[in-house]
Design a protein around this ligand. Structure first.
Ligand code: PMP
Ligand code: GLU
Length: 399
């Protein structure tokens, strides 16, 4: 017997974001004074009323298997929330609760893709999409965007990526890693293409609550009846309620695709942790001012980061309008050296910055953004100025 790995396993790169998180945790445990702008997670604790609901669930025996798709009360609360936020009407059978938006996305792609199916993916994109598409046998087809157009594709660029093999397009607004928010006209144009060429839309709306500058978050499913019938909407609690570790996200869409995702989930993991589900229920049913307060903090930190970047002589790609990331243009550093080490790309830039200045940032290449690094402003107000100052000094020390 030869003990080989599957082609799928061999083809998958580990998550660059989670790898960096682990490296930072290791350095911190060794006492290294590392400042992290890497992790894409709120630095706030989960609000108290949500934590209390989890304790209550634990103490009242909510510790057994639940429906694979989630407890009915939570699915109904999610349906109510989506109706209130996006004007989209789903019944509880059109909702699935999974282990984070990540698992829901994974099952959505597993449910719709056959080997060789193409998925149109505006680039830059969140690092896990490409790997998830490949794990489902699909082929990502990139639509390159650039800062000059605020990282938004044109309808013509999207149309040019469509072939007879196109099975789906992933939309992610607000976007990780660019912070771009798609305007209504562009979403309408994407949905027209989806209708014309008959493909699915997978809409990752995990940052829906974090939109700034008076911009509006628009769900593609809300554009028309046709759009509703071909869109799988995915969101979760990680970002809006500071619940990253609880692992709870959800999907909504046509009943047949949600049922297929539930069948897959029933064999993969079964239901999401029962206690986390009751906590999520409390998140939706409790006061919502915590969401607004955290959003205000992120908006303030965005301005702080943009000011610091400017003062340090660094170049932001665009002013982000949503989520909590900023792509920093580091192309001027490529080819330069420090302590005998040459920066050949954004990956070596990030490595050298961490080793030399103890600042963690995520390289842009795994997101389809070579020459850029991603900074997260979901970091403490005290961390942001210090970290940017260190990046500025690092850039100036390069020769
Ligand atoms: N989508 C995007 C764009 C993300 O940045 C993340 C990272 N948190 C996720 C989905 C997954 O979120 P979670 O699994 O924590 O709900
Ligand atoms: N989504 C976050 C990020 O992009 C968290 C890490 C992950 O799940 O990839 O940093």
């Amino acid at each position: 017997m030869s003990l080989t790995l599957s082609a799928t396993a061999r083809g998958v790169a580990p998550s660059a974001t989670l790898k960096l998180n682990a490296a930072v945790a290791q350095m911190k445990s060794e006492g290294v004074p590392v400042l992290s702008l890497g992790a894409g997670e709120p630095d706030f604790d989960t609000p108290e009323h949500i934590r209390k609901a989890a304790i209550e669930a634990l103490n009242t025996g909510k510790t057994r298997y639940t429906d694979v798709s989630g407890i009915p009360q939570l699915r109904q609360a999610i349906a109510d929330h989506i109706l209130a936020q996006k004007g989209l009407r789903y019944d509880a059978r059109q909702i699935i609760v999974g282990a984070g938006a990540k698992q829901v996305l994974y099952h959505a792609l597993q449910a719709i893709l056959n080997p060789g199916d193409e998925v149109v993916l505006p680039s830059p994109y969140w690092v896990s999409y490409t790997e998830m598409i490949r794990m489902a046998g699909g082929v990502p087809v990139f639509v390159n965007t650039d800062p000059a157009n605020f990282f938004l594709p044109t309808p013509e660029q999207m149309a040019a990526a469509i072939t007879s093999r196109t099975k789906a397009m992933i939309l992610n607004s607000p976007n990780n890693p660019t912070g771009a928010v798609w305007p209504r006209e562009l979403i309408v144009a994407a949905m027209e293409l989806a209708k014309q060429h008959d493909f699915w839309i997978v809409s990752d709306e995990i940052y829906e609550a974090l939109v700034y500058d008076g911009m509006e978050h628009i769900s593609p499913a809300s554009i028309s009846e046709d759009a509703y019938s071909r869109t799988i909407v995915i969101s979760g609690f990680s970002k809006s309620y500071a619940m990253t570790g609880w692992r709870i996200g959800y999907g909504s869409g046509p009943r047949m695709v949600i049922a297929a995702m539930a069948a897959l989930q029933s064999h993969a993991t079964g239901n999401v942790n029962s206690i986390a589900q009751y906590a999520a229920l409390a998140a939706l049913q409790g006061p919502q001012d915590c969401v607004q307060q955290m959003k205000q903090s992120f908006e303030r930190r965005r301005s702080l980061m943009l000011d610091c970047v400017k003062n340090a002589g660094l170049t932001a790609s665009i002013q982000p309008q949503g989520a909590f990331y900023l792509l920093l243009d580091i192309r001027s550093a490529i080819g330069k050296s420090l302590d005998g080490k040459t920066i050949t790309d954004d990956l070596t830039f990030s490595e050298l910055l961490l080793a030399h200045s103890f600042v963690a940032v995520v390289p842009g290449s795994p997101f389809g953004a070579p020459g850029f690094v991603r900074l997260s402003y979901a970091a403490a107000d005290t961390v942001i100025p210090q970290a940017i100052e260190r990046i500025g000094s690092f850039m100036h020390a390069l020769q």
